[in-house]
Design a protein around this ligand. Structure first.
Ligand code: CUA
Length: 142
């Protein structure tokens, strides 16, 4: 059984380092020490980019989302561009299929159309420290 464990670890290590099978990030990386100085994360916020189309540039850090309490009109298509300033966080939006890891050093991109009005709960679903359970916000679709 020890031999099998070693074999699995070697296989995982080979995939990670030799084949560069990292977590999904569209290949876009960022210096996690310089998030505040790196576009677009130097200006986090909501931007209207088209007819009922928005871009949300968001940074996450223990235990908050910036921006938080997002408001958008019903039917809006939102392009989320996310990164973390410290540890790995989760970005899950209840009532949608959004469920992503947001890691320091990686840019996570998600597009979602919000057809149904309502208040959507946004949760961090990766354990990120002592206040993890407090890390939540909302997306209000009006
Ligand atoms: Cu952030 Cu859990």
């Amino acid at each position: 059984s020890f031999g099998m464990l070693m074999a699995f670890m070697l296989a995982t290590g080979y995939q990670t380092f030799a084949l560069e099978m990292g977590p999904p990030s569209h290949g876009e990386t960022i210096d996690p020490q310089k998030v505040d100085e790196t576009a677009p994360f130097d200006q986090p916020g909501i931007k209207k980019i088209g007819e009922n189309e928005y871009e949300v540039v968001m940074t996450m850090q223990i235990f908050s989302f910036n921006p938080s309490d997002i408001e958008i009109p019903a039917g809006a298509t939102v392009h989320f561009i996310l990164t973390s300033k410290d540890v790995t966080h989760g970005f899950q939006v209840a009532g949608t299929n959004i469920n992503a890891m947001v890691m320091p050093g990686h840019i996570q991109k998600i597009t979602q159309t919000f057809d149904r009005p309502g208040e959507y709960l946004v949760l961090c679903n990766e354990y990120c420290g002592a206040g993890h359970q407090l890390m939540s916000t909302t997306i209000n679709v009006k």
